[in-house]
Design a protein around this ligand. Sequence first.
Ligand SMILES: NC(=O)c1ccc[n+]([C@@H]2O[C@H](COP(=O)([O-])OP(=O)(O)OC[C@H]3O[C@@H](n4cnc5c(N)ncnc54)[C@H](OP(=O)(O)O)[C@@H]3O)[C@@H](O)[C@H]2O)c1
Ligand SMILES: [Zn+2]
Length: 418
Amino acid sequence: MRQALELARRGIGLATPNPYVGALVVDASGEILGSGFHTYDGLKHAEVIAIEQAQSKGISLNQATLYLNLEPCCHQGRTGPCTQAVIASGIRHVVTAMRDPNPLVQGKGIEQLRAAGIEVTEDILHDEARKLNEAFTKYIRWNEPLVTLKAGMTLDGKIAPPPGESGNPTPLGSSGGWITSETARAHVQELRHASDALMVGVGTVIADDPMLTDRTGLPRRRPLLRVIVDSRLRLPLESRVVKTAQDDVLILCSFAEERKKSEFEARGIRVEQVAVAHTASAAERSDKVTRMPSRRRTGTGAPVISETATGSSDGRPDMRSMMARLARMQITSLLIEGGALINWAALAAGIVDKVFLYYAPKILAGTGSVPFARGVGFRHMGEAAHVRHVTIHHFGEDFAVEGYIRDPYDFGAALKLE
Ligand SMILES: NC(=O)c1ccc[n+]([C@@H]2O[C@H](COP(=O)([O-])OP(=O)(O)OC[C@H]3O[C@@H](n4cnc5c(N)ncnc54)[C@H](OP(=O)(O)O)[C@@H]3O)[C@@H](O)[C@H]2O)c1
Ligand SMILES: [Zn+2]
């Protein structure tokens, strides 16, 4: 199963919006007769590739075992049901790591195999398998991308030195040096590689002029979609994102002035209007937010909605509408990379599933430096976003905290206390 999971991982960047699946056909003596992993463009499912390879050797598979990390499908999709291929192959024993979260399958594939007299062993390396396909699960079950909030910070939670300081000029200037080390930033590249889309606020482009690309050099079937949230199309035409756009930049705005819109479109950049936020979630100055009722439990994923709001808005695009829009583009995973206002807007809207927070052992201090999430923030410990199932990753003297605000397998429900 470990090998099947390894094979499945080779589909990262290539399988989306489908799941990562790896498969091995092994004979009674443990010899591998066939193996495969799924890629979207390759069409064939992993178990079919492995079975066909084994069959091409002309050996009977009556004593063989099929290992695969995801329950075989039993429905007609772009290919026929894999359960039929498994049953027809004569394989005797199937070992899986998890059931298919797709509501069309969810255990029915396993039932079909058992009904055909095949022995099935389930849930081997279950947790690892679930983690690998968490984005697919969120997307297929809830029709929204898995949202990961990523930031690089000092120990005291600052994501940048004071803007406009010397060595840190804006607009479109350099950002006063990196906070985290090269190894930590190389890891961020891996996160980007495993994501379908990346999102920043226009403020980050104006401050840092980042490229926002996947520079791992690893193959991917669709370019990383670079999403800029920009209410009134302030994105500078001379920014690197605009200059390097190749059908991979999307601006989500609330007001699309025709002339500006066509300037972007002439450069191959898509501009889409999104419903305006009614939550006032991002407006730190909004008194609607300061009057937010304290019983709202945003840490459990519920949106912060002012009950006193009159339906007016801060004029910024609504986070939930943006997620729905991205899902319609088959975006299964979104990496939010700030800055301070977007980070708070995402947390306040309750769209964040997990965090990947990188820390360098440095302290910036001061009120001028940029905090991780700028806004009114949560007003009580009971409202605080609670990050659970934490894993610490080490990168030299830097470290990252990976954890979940919401369980992608049980969307809407808070993670259960252990
Ligand atoms: N260390 C890190 O990991 C990291 C990562 C990124 C950025 N940064 C730092 O963060 C700083 C920039 O932070 P920032 O807060 O100015 O930029 P930001 O969060 O990237 O962008 C904020 C802008 O996004 C627009 N926006 C559109 N929709 C929004 C919504 N729903 N909620 C909130 N804003 C929305 C707003 O402009 P409109 O109202 O015009 O739309 C807003 O001014 C820079 O100093 C940068 O270096 C650090
Ligand atoms: Zn299948």
